[in-house]
Design a protein around this ligand. Structure first.
Ligand SMILES: [Zn+2]
Length: 292
């Protein structure tokens, strides 16, 4: 019987599910649906979507990208963007229903994994940033997800302090409570709060501020991690070189000792986390797979 691996991207407003060839991870079938509000409805919908993409094939492994917080070792998830999902034993539920090994991780980690394995970037140290309504990131070191200590804390690149430029400093407020976070200056929600309009409507001077601030964040990250490449995804990345170009230049101008990494827009687009979930599924499917 045909074997497939299955990837799940469990977002706040939509679910995406794909089945792929276990060796090449080439997508065979992919579906997208709105995310229901309730937990039972959400799980039912995921199961139905898995049925649809697998069409009776044997499932060799399932991987999932989920919003944090979560316990990736135990596969227990409590995504902030799904208020009805608290301490959900997703690994146990999926393994019981589909009789297949399961792995999940924080969506930005999974997206970083997807970019690293399938995005066509050079090097083994990749930092992935998502810039959308909020901001997050994932770091790949020597081909593996970098994890924090303290029981598996997830590093939060959006909450680094930067020397910012802003014409409305009274509007710079991070949801975490700190006064000068990168996220509070460059995320979609922050841009709306500061400038009173969406990113695509900013004028050149306002863009220059956003690019300066993002460039300072990139400079810090490059100085601390010295990655081969920084990949930027999420809705704001669709602004492309208009945003990335000046930010890359500001990063390079302020990096004096560490070489400047490449800074590129994601090539996987909205499927980055889903593709990463397929990579996780492929790892779960390996007979010698160990959780590290
Ligand atoms: Zn913050």
């Amino acid at each position: 019987m045909k074997r497939v691996v299955v990837g799940l991207d469990i977002g706040g407003t939509k679910f995406m599910v794909a089945a792929a060839d276990p060796a090449s991870l080439t997508v065979i079938q992919q579906v997208k649906e709105p995310a229901p509000e309730g937990l039972d409805d959400g799980l039912e919908r995921l199961h139905a979507m898995i049925s649809r993409v697998t069409t009776g094939a044997t499932i060799a492994g399932i991987g999932a990208a989920v919003g944090g917080p979560l316990d990736w070792r135990m596969g227990v998830v409590s995504p902030l963007h799904q208020p009805a999902w608290r301490n959900v034993p997703l690994a146990a539920i999926m393994q019981e229903r589909w009789k297949a090994p399961f792995r999940c991780d924080v969506d930005t980690n999974v997206a970083a994994l997807g970019e690293h394995r399938l995005g066509g970037h050079a090097g083994n140290r990749l930092l992935y940033l998502t810039l959308s309504t909020g901001m997050g990131g994932g770091l790949i070191v020597d081909g593996r997800i970098y994890r924090g200590g303290l029981g598996g804390a997830h590093p939060e690149v959006g909450h680094q302090s930067i020397p910012f430029r802003c014409r409305h400093p009274e509007c710079v407020r991070c949801e975490c409570g700190a006064p000068d976070c990168l996220e509070a200056l460059v995320s979609g929600n922050s841009i709306r709060r500061i400038y009173g309009k969406p990113a695509e409507k900013l004028n050149d001077d306002e863009w220059a501020e956003v690019a300066w601030n993002l460039g300072q964040g990139l400079r810090n990250m490059a100085a601390l991690y010295a990655p081969d490449v920084i990949v930027i995804g999420g809705g704001l990345a669709q602004q492309g070189e208009r945003l990335i170009g000046p930010a890359r230049q500001i990063m390079a101008d302020h990096l004096k000792i560490v070489p400047a990494p490449q800074v590129v827009v994601s090539r996987l687009g909205y499927d980055t986390a889903l593709k990463g979930a397929l990579v996780l599924a492929g790892e779960a499917a390996k007979p010698t797979s160990e959780i590290t």
